[in-house]
Design a protein around this ligand. Structure first.
Ligand code: ADP
Length: 603
């Protein structure tokens, strides 16, 4: 299946054609660019895998004219049979967690996001409209830089500002999501482990730069926030800046808000520190003894190292780091500076391996020392390829079906106990008394109850669900976690590594056990129902609850678990049920089509 991918900016058009033969088999057939538009002309370059490198000057005066010239360029290089057009769009707000089919309605929704990305979204949308007129018969998809980050918890995305500002849309989103997702999956693949098992930090250092904490496959936090200005030092952007700086500079230098914003996008970062936004230049000057360039390199590396440490703390540990982007891929000295001094995290580079990195053919070499506990990898990012992959997966997904109701069960707080826990809480040789059977076959609620105690409070008469498990798991709501005074992470059942400890109290004693979680919402089903509903094990779906009524809600990222004999039912907790305003006997409907995105092959 051939996908044409566009990345339309205000001053350049980049494109690629990919053949997505299967979920793990996507190859590039064509790469093109039109840039340096001036006086009714531009530079073009077209490359194909057989070594063709066709470049020169073309008569296109702007990006719009360049898009119109693409069919002819493709024809000239023998590229036919395009099945869909995909567009990279910077900002999807909190509206898009996967590729979106760009119909009129969706385009209108994307337009409402323009104030969040005034420089980036309009050229992409203009590209979409032009492409629609050039290829009216092909489906057009948008893939958003923000989508991967929609899993970030509120504690990472919420800004501590007045409520009216938050209501106006002020929150952190994160960008470079397509790149972080791709390199995280590539790193896991190179390490031969499932991304779901890794606490990974992805470091994308290009002209724009950001770091992402990828916790067990999901974005937990990233250095870019509301706009691509926050976080790391970049080519022309400053990264983190005291919010007081704006007022200070306005008063001191008499600059307007627009002038300040323009300087933060285009005159800051490496350019502000050295006069050049290009790291190769800066490194050359530093090597020649230029003090400003040397200092800029130190500031750049220090900021990145600081975030590496911060994200290791945010994830409660670190298993792997992956470098990408022009600087991350090519500058061994910058990789070394960023990693220096992180031995306390178990991260140690092998300097020869770091120096010898070659990235031909999709390589992802490891550069850590033998004694390093943390793996460090380098790989080329491939955002367009990732976009093609996601769009192809979307097109391959089961044809849309009429929505079918899925019964919803609201889980109150409960615990699953191990045999050791039963002994500690109820005494040696005690067996729990099975009470009410649950709808999942073989599961029951015990007649006994336990108390959970945290630093802030205790919750009594908590249900115990059987049968016993290998590990104790304590499932509470977010509200309960405040009552207990412990920040419980949202986890799938059984994913208990690094979860907080809480005290369980029974009639015969107490036990301090880890395993405190807020259960991630999920759908239980069996192979037959899964097929009828168009669901697959491991897929994440969006599910609409509450009828679209006064408090109706669409729950995103609902994990599908298919088990032989499973009873089809969606499980949410009491907070979620209250938020959706649902009562007993509620059913949800899987939102068909574009919002469903399968867990990637790396998982
Ligand atoms: P973009 O974010 O625009 O896609 P890139 O990922 O291509 O940009 O990164 C561009 C940056 O990479 C520039 O600062 C460039 O100087 C830097 N870079 C490229 N090659 C090297 C190198 N060999 N050593 C140091 N920096 C490099």
């Amino acid at each position: 299946m051939r996908i044409l991918v566009f990345n339309a900016g205000s001053s350049s058009l980049k494109l690629g054609v990919y053949d997505a033969a299967g979920p793990d088999d996507t190859t590039q057939l064509f790469k093109g660019s039109f840039e340096r538009f001036r006086n009714g002309a531009c530079d073009y370059r077209f490359q194909t895998p057989d070594g063709t490198d066709d470049r020169g000057s073309a008569p296109q005066a702007d990006v719009a004219a360049a898009i119109a010239a693409v069919p002819q360029a493709l024809e000239r290089h023998g590229i036919t049979g395009i099945r869909a057009v995909a567009h990279r769009i910077a900002h999807g707000g909190d509206l898009f967690s996967g590729p979106a089919l760009l119909d009129d309605e969706t385009l209108k929704r994307i337009e409402t996001l323009t104030p969040l990305a005034p420089l980036h979204n309009p050229p992409a949308l203009q590209g979409v409209r032009l492409a629609q007129s050039v290829w009216p018969d092909l489906p057009q998809f948008g893939v958003f830089d923000t989508a991967f980050h929609l899993t970030q918890p509120a504690r990472a995305t919420t800004m501590a500002v007045p409520q009216s500002w938050r209501e106006a849309g002020l929150r952190r989103y994160g960008f470079h999501g397509t790149s972080h997702k791709y390199v995280a999956e590539r790193a896991a693949q190179a390490l031969g482990v499932a991304l779901r098992g890794l606490r990974l930090i992805s470091i994308h250092l290009g002209n724009g730069a950001s770091i992402c904490a990828v916790h067990r496959g999901q974005s937990l936090d990233s250095t870019m926030g509301l706009t691509p200005l926050e976080g790391l030092v970049m080519g022309t952007r400053p990264g983190d800046l005291d919010p007081g700086a704006h007022g200070f500079i306005a008063r001191r230098l008499g600059l307007s808000l627009q002038e300040i914003e323009a300087a933060l996008y285009a005159e800051s970062g490496l350019k502000g520190l050295t006069g050049s936004s290009d790291m190769r230049d800066v490194e050359d000057r530093a090597a020649a003894g230029d003090m400003a360039a040397q200092q800029a390199i130190n500031i750049y590396a220090y900021r990145a190292r600081k975030y590496l440490g911060a994200y290791a703390a945010a994830m409660g540990g670190l298993d792997a780091v992956v470098f990408t982007g022009g600087i991350g891929e090519n500058s061994a000295s910058m990789r070394r500076r960023i990693c220096d001094g992180l031995e306390f995290l178990g991260l140690l580079l092998n300097h020869d391996l770091n120096q010898a990195v070659r990235l031909e053919g999709n390589a992802a070499p490891q550069i850590q020392a033998l004694e390093s506990r943390v793996s460090v990898l380098v790989t080329e990012t491939a955002e367009q390829l990732q976009i093609a992959r996601e769009v192809a997966a979307n097109l391959r997904a089961a044809p849309r079906r009429a929505p079918q109701p899925i019964p919803v069960a609201v889980s109150g707080r409960h615990v699953h106990l191990s045999a050791e826990a039963v002994t500690a809480l109820f005494g040696e040789g005690y067996a729990l008394t099975p009470g009410k059977p649950l709808r999942q076959p073989g599961n029951w609620a015990a007649q006994e109850r336990v108390t959970i105690e945290g630093p802030k409070g205790r919750i009594e008469r908590v249900a115990i669900l059987g049968p016993l498990r290998g590990r104790t798991q304590i499932e509470v709501s977010r509200t309960d976690s405040f009552a207990l005074g412990i920040d419980a992470p949202v986890r799938d059942s059984g994913q208990l590594a690094g979860t907080p400890t809480v005290r369980l109290i029974g009639p015969a004693g107490h036990l301090d056990s880890d395993g405190l979680i807020v259960a991630a919402r999920h759908i239980h089903t069996n192979p037959e129902d899964a097929q009828a509903l168009g669901l697959a094990d491991g897929q994440y779906m969006d599910v609409q609850l509450g009828d679209g009524g006064a408090r109706g809600l669409t729950f995103t990222r609902v994990l599908v678990r298919v088990q032989k004999g499973g009873f089809t039912e969606m499980h949410i907790d009491t907070d979620e049920a209250n938020a959706a305003g649902i009562g007993p006997d509620c059913a949800g409907e899987v939102v068909p089509g574009v919002a469903a995105h399968p867990v990637s092959a790396g998982d």
